[in-house]
Design a binder for this molecule. Structure first.
Ligand code: 6MZ
Length: 352
């Protein structure tokens, strides 16, 4: 196999390509616009953080150890809600500024630095990293965002930026605090370009969140929301999210015909995460994936990884799913894949 860290659908697609096709994908300038920091920590980095914790504080809760082992061995999910249970173990290791900075640096390196394994090319020409601010005994939410920003800003603005995520499970006060932090940092010239809405797709009251996204937009932040990610997503919820006037949509798997038309007419870019949808079982097969609808309508999409740690994919392997012949891939032509990569670059949030 090409990489030990890549497995599943994405690996099968990558392994089925010819060296010339792999070379083509490596050289293609690609934008990664939907990557969750704590979902994209390389497993080696997570293990090193666990080791360090063991050395400094003698013990690691058994749940954390079990969680890391599970991630190491490759997860199998029966449905998307099981996915969120993976994060407490990861969070336990990134709950102070220093380990958080280590994790952020590793994620930025993974996407933006050329690697031997990748033929000396970087996975992505541009990365919009997203993360949910957490308050812990060791840091405030403001400190959380500043810590990640310090790492993001080590790269030039043409290469990296930060999106601050709100979690659907957040209380109103916490959501408000996160938006205030993002706006303040943006006003201070820091590289926060947008706000996201993520977390358990069925949690939270979206009516309460609307005002926070209005505040963010007023301050010049762009907005992306995870929308209609599961079959259980309600029409009312989806309509409310569209009412936030998002600039991009994450997943958009279960939009009805009218909602799809609205998205196509308003040219809102859709972040497509193929492996993620297949592994979380929200889409049964590649053939059934809603990407076909958007491709048919020449609608702007961005191919993204979502969470490289549990899904064991990479940006190149997600593109391999486009190029590989069916049934492992969609069997698109190289010029179509090139056009898709360009669309991804055009979906970037420019700071205003
Ligand atoms: C919804 C997701 C997600 O923010 O702590 N997250 N939310 N749907 C998904 N699709 C599979 N994948 C990740 O990164 C981890 C957090 O991102 C959200 C979850 O809330 C998860 O806790 P950060 O850096």
């Amino acid at each position: 196999t090409i990489s030990q860290c890549i497995a599943g659908y994405a690996a099968d697609a990558l392994n089925s390509l010819s060296p010339a096709q792999i070379d083509f994908l490596r050289k293609l300038p690609k934008a990664e616009l939907h990557a969750h920091l704590n979902g994209c920590i390389p497993i080696q980095t997570l293990q090193a953080l666990a080791q360090e914790r063991l050395l400094s504080s003698s013990s690691l809760p058994t749940e954390v150890q079990a969680g890391i082992e599970r991630l190491q061995n490759g997860i199998v999910l029966n449905e998307i809600h099981e996915f969120f249970g993976l994060f407490p173990a990861i969070y336990a290791l990134t709950s102070a500024p220093e380990p958080l900075a280590v994790a952020a640096r590793a994620v930025l390196t993974q996407f933006l630095e050329p690697s031997l394994e990748n033929g000396d090319y970087p996975q992505a020409a541009y990365l919009e990293l997203r993360s949910t601010p957490r308050e812990t005994p060791e840091m405030t939410r403001l400190k959380y965002i500043e810590t990640v920003l310090d790492e993001v800003e080590k790269y030039p603005a043409e290469k990296a930026a930060l999106i601050v995520s709100l979690d659907r499970r957040m209380s109103d006060d916490v959501a408000k605090e996160c938006v205030e932090c993002a706006v303040t940092l943006k006003k201070a010239g820091r590289r926060v370009v947008g706000m996201d809405l993520c977390g358990d797709p069925l949690a939270g009251n979206m009516e309460e969140f609307a005002k926070h996204y209005r505040t963010a937009k007023k301050a010049g932040l762009r907005v992306t929301v995870h929308i209609a990610e599961t079959k259980g997503s309600h029409v009312a919820d989806t309509l409310q999210l569209l009412d936030f006037q998002p600039d991009r949509l994450g997943h958009a798997t279960f939009l009805d015909a009218a909602q799809k038309d609205f998205v196509c007419n308003s040219k809102i870019g859709v972040e497509i995460c193929l492996s993620s949808n297949l592994l979380c079982k929200t889409v049964p097969t590649l053939e059934d994936h809603h990407i076909s609808h958007y491709l048919k309508h020449n609608h702007p999409i961005a191919i993204c990884t979502d969470d490289t740690l549990p899904f064991r994919n990479s940006l190149i392997s997600e593109y391999a799913l486009l190029l590989a012949a069916p049934p492992v891939g969609l069997g698109l032509r190289e010029d179509d894949v090139e056009r898709i990569a360009r669309m991804g670059m055009e979906c970037r949030f420019k700071s205003t």
